[in-house]
Ligand binder design. Structure first.
Ligand code: ZN
Length: 503
């Protein structure tokens, strides 16, 4: 058995090497590659991705997994070896059930849909996208049907990102959240707006980057096992557990972009850097799901990075860094500015109160499309109605409505959006558990100390890598399933005071 396990690990490590090489090429493509490299890079990535898929789905891997089943069953569920075999089997089945011809057809379709979208989005022409989206919907349904036995057709699609979460449970969870959020958003919108003009002065790039780096270093991002570069759409990537990189972008006339995207990506990266080296090269070496990953980025970006205690410590050094811009701005005014709530059309510009309404709208529409209750041609109408109901805004056009996100136009319909809102819910639920164990955490943060929080996250979340599914991990860490209450409570505590609401 020992020998078979070693062979499995060796094969996984080879596959992981190919995957890491592809990730490095993608990172380079988004940071330093000259435009002339685009054509060859697409081909190189396709080659590496194909080789990775071939390695991982080699029938020999399937035989090893079968042979190792008795060994797996003889071990405790949470042991490293049993988890490695279990998680690898899940991946192996997922990858072998989808025929490669089908995937080839899909990639071809999605790349032409994406091309069409870049133009149609500019011209606000949803009509042109209808045939593309209809085909995407059909292919998404076929993808789900490679995994028969589901309760809801979206379940297999959700499994790709948030394994074990069910559409029916999410629909309920999100409906409860929406009932709480919508009145809060409307109550805030009725208050006088917060003045956030202090964020829109000229902030030189070099100093913005220096400040961001200093913050994330203290939070626990290890620059000896990572680095930061500039890009258009910030992301985190990993080539090994010893090389987890982040990217950011800087707007010199807006302080909020680089700082908070840096903290956000660092939250993702600190998670990956905290995974045990013993998992390197295996299927356990990563964050467990899109929702749990997003909980780590949101925890650092919003709950910590936009908190009073955090700025109590950091604001004086930010003022020192930008004396002309901030000398006359009191700490309280700055804190209010970075937490301003404004209902807006664009998801990626949304604040932490309105953000989830953008996601829930998309999630519900995805389910309606997959269930056949909504036709593609009626999507804009459904979008407008819902937007007006939830955010009190009339969407002026489809470019700022249903066509704003690339997700449906360059990928699947279904299983795409739930992770963002799960991340917000979990960030508050995890922090609640951390505070129960360590009520001193906010006090430490106001001294610029993140050690206790970081150690708790490492002990309870990072050290497991992908051992546990999202529902298993949440149950283990908090003793309960995913709940909306901690997040709602967090929002009320913060925003009732900021906007003088009596809710
Ligand atoms: Zn993220």
């Amino acid at each position: 058995m020992e020998q078979k396990l070693q062979e499995l690990k060796m094969r996984l490590a080879e596959a992981a090497d190919l995957d890491a090489a592809a990730a490095l090429l993608t990172w380079d493509q988004s940071t330093y590659m000259p435009p002339g490299g685009a054509l060859a890079r697409a081909r190189q990535l396709a080659t590496l991705t194909r080789l990775y898929h071939e390695r991982f789905t080699d029938p020999a891997v399937g035989r090893l997994l079968d042979d190792l089943r008795p060994y797996e069953e003889s071990l405790p569920y949470d042991s490293d070896d049993a988890s490695l075999v279990r998680v690898t089997r899940r991946e192996f089945e997922r990858m072998t059930r989808i025929p490669s011809d089908f995937l080839g057809d899909f990639y071809q379709h999605s790349s032409s849909a994406y091309q069409a979208w870049t133009q149609a989005h500019k011209e606000n022409d949803f009509q042109r996208m209808i045939p593309f989206l209809e085909k995407t919907l059909e292919l998404s349904r076929r993808l789900a049907n490679f995994f028969p036995g589901y309760q809801h057709i979206a379940d297999p699609l959700i499994d790709f990102a948030d394994y074990g979460m069910k559409a029916s449970a999410l629909r309920q969870l999100f409906a409860t959240l929406r009932q709480h959020l919508s009145p809060l958003v409307l109550a805030i919108a009725a208050q006088p707006p917060i003045d956030d003009s202090c964020l829109f002065k000229r902030y030189p790039e070099e100093r913005q980057l220096a400040f961001g780096s200093a913050v994330i270093r203290r939070m626990g991002y290890d620059f000896d096992r990572g680095r930061q570069d500039k890009t258009h759409h910030p992301f985190t990537t990993k080539f090994s557990l010893g090389d987890v990189r982040i990217t950011t972008r800087v707007q010199e006339n807006y302080l909020g972009d680089a700082l908070f995207s840096t903290i956000h990506e660092a939250g993702h990266a600190i998670y990956e850097q905290g995974i045990p080296m013993a998992f390197e090269g295996t299927t356990l070496a990563g964050g467990t799901s899109s929702g749990v990953h997003e909980s780590q980025s949101r925890l650092f970006e919003n709950i910590v990075g936009r908190s009073r205690s955090f700025w109590h410590y950091y604001y004086p050094s930010l003022q020192d860094m930008f004396p002309e811009q901030l000398r006359e701005v009191p700490e309280e005014a700055f804190y209010a500015a970075i937490n301003k709530v404004t209902p807006s059309f664009i998801r990626t510009d949304a604040d932490e109160v309105t953000y989830n309404l953008h996601i829930i709208l998309r999630f519900d529409l995805e389910l309606d499309l997959l269930e056949g209750r909504l036709e593609v041609k009626d999507l804009p109408r459904a979008w407008h109605e819902r937007f007006d109901q939830d955010l009190g805004l009339v969407v002026p056009d489809d470019a700022r409505g249903v066509m704003q996100d690339v997700h449906w136009f360059g990928g699947w319909i279904g299983g795409v959006f739930q992770g963002y809102t799960l991340g917000n819910l979990l960030s508050a639920q995890f922090l609640e558990a951390a505070l129960q164990a360590h009520p001193e955490i906010p006090g430490e943060i106001s001294q610029g100390q993140f050690g206790t929080l970081h150690a708790w996250l490492k002990e309870n979340i990072y050290q497991h890598g992908r051992k546990f599914t999202e529902p298993e991990l949440v149950q283990r860490v908090t003793g309960e399933p995913i709940r909306v209450e901690p997040f709602i409570q967090y929002l009320h505590q913060k925003y009732d005071a900021l906007y003088h609401l009596n809710t």
